[in-house]
Design a protein around this ligand. Structure first.
Ligand code: IPE
Ligand code: IPE
Ligand code: MG
Length: 318
């Protein structure tokens, strides 16, 4: 702590990886949720466990271009209630089956060496608008899920993280979350981030609050704010933006998920309900992603040089 006093100050969880180097820097405690996480190098061969995929998954994996795999896949896991409804079961059973899909998809992601997988498990609006009984069930399910799947996370070298206003969740849930996060902190494979009590707009509010505090302290004026400053204050400051966003159950909306981060993310919507979504469907979504051409507002590679001089073209008024 003496060294920190000389060269910087401790982050108590409010700053997000601000100024990592130099005097006056902010140093995260080891348990700090904001501690800088280095992205894993893209798909290091040593971490691939393709031999652990099942035969169907291996067949789809074989069609993928290894150099065009996404780094970060985000999923809106929707349709648990409908899955149960179609079977005349209670919604709870749909959620329980959905938890099973979480584990299977995570394990497939870890076998192909996907660095980042971010799952929308419970939104801020779910917390506010769903019946208390359902919310309580989801909280209990989350605790049980973490407890009973920790060994599998370890076996798959998965590191667990969370985004959202998790401090508003019940204390015993937070405790279990911290436990799983700490136990898996040393794992170097896929980082599984669960979005819990998460809302994209509330994330932006939290980011702007953090940024406003920083500006006040450092006497920065609004004209100097950059996109990078906003990025630094998001819950996801340590991750690349998602390359691919998957939504199950066919709804064509974002439901307040990662609003800032998905500016140029490829979106894949499937009618399949989340409890029916397995590792093979993740691989199929990645195959579809690889057919997309990402232009980021630029031009397609197939568009050659513009031949004519646009200055010579008469613009006709409509
Ligand atoms: C997604 O399934 C899981 C959560 C939002 C917690 P839903 O519960 O939204 O299922 P549907 O949309 O009602 O089918
Ligand atoms: C989005 O699903 C939230 C999660 C998957 C956790 P919802 O079921 O809450 O979304 P809406 O209400 O249909 O937009
Ligand atoms: Mg839903």
């Amino acid at each position: 702590e003496e060294a920190i006093a000389a060269h910087g100050r401790l982050c108590y969880g409010r700053e997000r990886n601000a100024s990592a180097r130099g005097a006056g820097r902010i140093v995260c405690r080891p348990e700090c949720p904001n501690a800088l996480i280095e992205a894993n190098p893209l798909y290091p061969a040593a971490k691939l466990r393709i031999d652990e995929l099942n035969a169907e998954e291996r067949a789809v994996y074989a069609t993928l271009k290894p150099e065009r795999l996404p780094q970060h896949v985000a999923i809106i896991m929707d349709g648990n209630g409908r899955w149960a409804g179609h079977r005349s079961l209670k919604r709870f059973l749909g959620h329980q089956q959905g938890a099973n899909s979480v584990q299977l998809v995570t394990e497939t992601a870890s076998r192909i060496g996907l660095p980042w997988l971010t799952l929308y498990a419970f939104s801020l609006e779910n917390n506010l608008r769903r019946p208390r009984a359902e919310v309580n069930f989801l909280m209990r399910l989350l605790r049980t899920y973490l407890e009973s799947n920790l060994q599998r996370m370890m076996d798959n070298n998965v590191r667990m993280k969370y985004i959202g206003r998790t401090h508003e969740l019940p204390a015993e849930v937070q405790e279990k979350m911290r436990w799983a996060e700490q136990a898996t902190a040393g794992n170097t494979g896929t980082t599984l981030t669960l979005a819990l009590n998460y809302g994209g707009r509330s994330e932006l509010v939290d980011a702007f609050r953090g940024l406003a505090d920083e500006m006040k302290q450092k006497h920065i004026t609004p004209a100097h704010i950059t996109e990078e400053d906003i990025h630094r204050h998001l819950y996801t400051a340590h991750m690349p933006d998602p390359d691919l966003l998957i939504r199950t159950s066919g709804e064509m909306r974002l439901s307040n998920y990662l609003l800032w981060q998905i500016a140029y993310t490829e979106i894949f919507v499937t009618e399949r309900l989340w409890p029916d979504f397995k590792g093979i469907h993740l691989l199929e979504a990645i195959a579809e992603y690889q057919l997309r051409e990402r232009r980021y507002g630029g031009l397609s590679d197939s568009v050659g040089e513009v031949e004519e001089n646009p200055d010579q073209i008469t613009i006709v008024a409509n």
